[in-house]
Design a binder for this molecule. Structure first.
Ligand code: CP
Ligand code: NVA
Length: 307
């Protein structure tokens, strides 16, 4: 089963594969906008397994699969046998015999790795505690749409060293850009957990304003990710100074963009002024989950079909 291609971490793919996916996503998006039918995945089935809540990921995968001519089945752990102790390995054997591709949102990355090791079909990471590669795929596609290639650019990450932050760091290494990270003390990035081979593509700053300086893109995420709710009160106190606000955006490049994977807590990790302001591209970013993942599904199921 080692020959099956999965997308479990951003750095599972090489730079030339991302170049292909971004061009392909642009083409697929153009077909969709022009109401041109494109059904390359006719008769193919995606199974989506959710162990955490979702709006965007579920919608974008389900709508995307339908728009490509295929179908999608939603499973959650509450009403499947996963909650009752069926092993991940057994579930992978069974689910992958009934479908063509699987998307999983779960807790530890180790769970999805175990699933993939026993799957006959490609497995996509729809978010784990450690990584969120589909979101960064859409974010970089959005950056390219607005500003052109991301290579050589600077991204400021303000806030938690979470799944989004880790995935930005992997993307910086693969696509050759730089990330300036600022987290509160005690929440610093750990290169091993982030899954990066070296520390050449990122730098850590104690002062969030310093991290934002000269950035081409400023981005953040919730202070408390799903699964860490017990830490909420402590985190509210620890992250109070790690809020993206107007002053921080003014420290960045004049034409800097603002991104957030959503859902957002206005007044916590970002002010309403910034997320609802002219530099914010969060609605394009959310929409692009659909287009970027359609390109991903097509690539995992059919390989390179054009360009
Ligand atoms: N950004 C994101 O993954 O959103 P959902 O949690 O709504 O899927
Ligand atoms: N870091 C957030 C992202 C949600 C899309 C979480 O894991 O909850």
């Amino acid at each position: 089963m080692t020959s099956v291609k999965h997308f479990l971490r951003f750095n599972d793919f090489a730079r030339d594969e991302f170049s292909y996916l971004f061009e392909r996503a642009a083409w697929i998006k153009a077909q969709f906008k022009a109401y041109r039918k494109y059904w390359p995945l006719c008769d193919r089935t995606l199974v989506m397994i959710f162990e955490k809540a979702s709006t965007r990921t579920r919608l974008s995968f389900e709508a995307g699969m339908q728009q490509l001519g295929g179908s999608a089945i939603y499973l959650n752990s509450r009403d499947s046998q996963l909650q009752r102790g069926e092993s991940v390995e057994d579930a992978a054997q069974v689910i992958s015999r009934m479908s063509d591709v699987v998307m999983i949102r779960t807790f530890q990355q180790a769970i999805i790795e175990r699933f993939a090791a026993h799957s006959r079909v490609p497995v996509i990471n729809g978010l784990t505690n450690e990584y969120h590669p589909c979101q960064i795929l859409a974010d970089i596609f959005t950056y390219i749409e607005h500003r052109g290639p991301i290579q050589g650019k600077t991204v400021a990450w303000i806030g938690d060293s979470n799944n989004m932050c880790n995935t930005w760091l992997q993307a910086a290494e693969v696509l050759d850009f730089h990330v300036r990270v600022s987290t509160p003390p005690g929440y610093e990035v750990e290169a091993t957990t982030a899954g990066v081979a070296d520390t050449k593509h990122f730098e850590q700053f104690a002062d969030p304003l310093e991290a934002a300086r000269q950035a081409d893109l400023v981005t953040t995420d919730v202070w408390t990710s799903m699964g860490f709710e017990a830490e909420n009160e402590q985190r509210r106190r620890d992250f109070a100074d790690w809020q993206v606000n107007g002053e921080m955006m003014r420290a960045a490049q004049r034409d800097a963009l603002f991104m957030h994977c959503l859902p957002v807590h206005r007044g916590e990790e970002v002010t309403a002024e910034v997320i609802d302001g002219p530099q914010s591209v969060v609605w394009d970013e959310a929409e692009n989950r659909l287009h970027a993942q359609k390109a991903l599904l097509e690539y995992l199921l059919l390989g390179r079909v054009a360009l």
